[in-house]
Ligand binder design. Structure first.
Ligand code: TYD
Length: 236
């Protein structure tokens, strides 16, 4: 297969690379995604930045329902299914085509956020949440997941400083204890899936974090090694 040699990272043509960013509130994901995108573009890669919930017109329509808290009254299961519906639309309409076009896709939150926010702190059964994720991602597993780790209290303080005038969203407003539990849950995922997940200490300087993330991505093997869920059926 033809390989694109750009910078240190070499991509097989047509396979792209899928990198997701996860972590609690105020860990600096957006800043770091932007910095990584600039660095990779500087190396000549074609980069797509996207985010969840949202990232496609269908998913953006569901985003407001979720973040405003409009679905909260109907329970965590309802919210989890809405996140999954949005994710599947985003995958099929945006992420899969971009990867097929050889792009590097950088996504702010993905399936691990559902495992943590809805699964662990939403108390949903592990089987239910895993099945839902399998349907939502339909085989499009991240090649690499960067987990920005920060003590919940510090992350929340940072998030509150940049909060919009209308205050915290549906998930930010929860108790500190819940946010700490989420931090632990992200670290548990990283411990269970060490090949995919890389924990980065978000208490370092912005520059040091950016350098660490760039090094992680540059060390990735060819996306031909992408982990795909075996039973996934692709929509072509
Ligand atoms: P957002 O304002 O997009 O950003 P941030 O990632 O900076 O917090 O908020 C998204 C919120 O939605 C965030 O509190 C996490 C939550 N969320 C879930 O609960 N489940 C999910 O599957 C996703 C993608 C997000």
């Amino acid at each position: 297969m033809r390989r694109l040699e750009c910078g240190k990272l070499s991509l097989s043509s047509g396979t792209g690379l899928f990198v997701t960013f996860e972590g609690g509130e105020g860990a600096g994901k957006s800043t770091q995604i932007r910095r990584l995108a600039e660095a990779l573009k500087g190396e000549g890669h074609d980069v797509l930045m996207t985010r969840e919930p949202g990232g496609s017109p269908g998913a953006e329509a569901v985003r407001h329902v979720l973040l405003s808290g409009a679905a909260e009254a109907f329970g965590t299961r309802m919210e989890a299914i809405l996140f999954a519906a949005a994710r599947n639309d985003h995958v099929e309409e945006v992420i899969r085509p971009a990867l097929a076009g050889g792009k590097i896709v950088l996504c702010d939150r993905f399936m691990d956020s559902s495992r943590v926010y809805q699964g662990i702190t939403g108390n949903l059964e592990p089987d239910f949440i895993e099945t839902l994720q399998r349907i939502a991602i339909n085989g499009v597993m991240p090649d690499c997941t960067v987990i920005l780790d920060i003590p919940a209290k510090i992350g929340l303080e940072r998030a509150q400083k940049r909060a919009p005038a209308d205050g915290p969203d549906r998930f930010e407003k929860e108790r500190l204890e819940t946010h700490e539990k989420r931090r632990e849950a992200f670290l548990d995922i990283a411990a269970r899936e060490p090949e995919r997940c890389h924990v980065v200490n978000a208490m370092q300087s912005e520059e040091a974090i950016a350098a660490e993330i760039l090094a992680i991505v540059q060390q990735l093997k060819s996306p031909a090694d992408r982990l795909r869920m075996p039973e996934a059926a692709h929509h072509e």
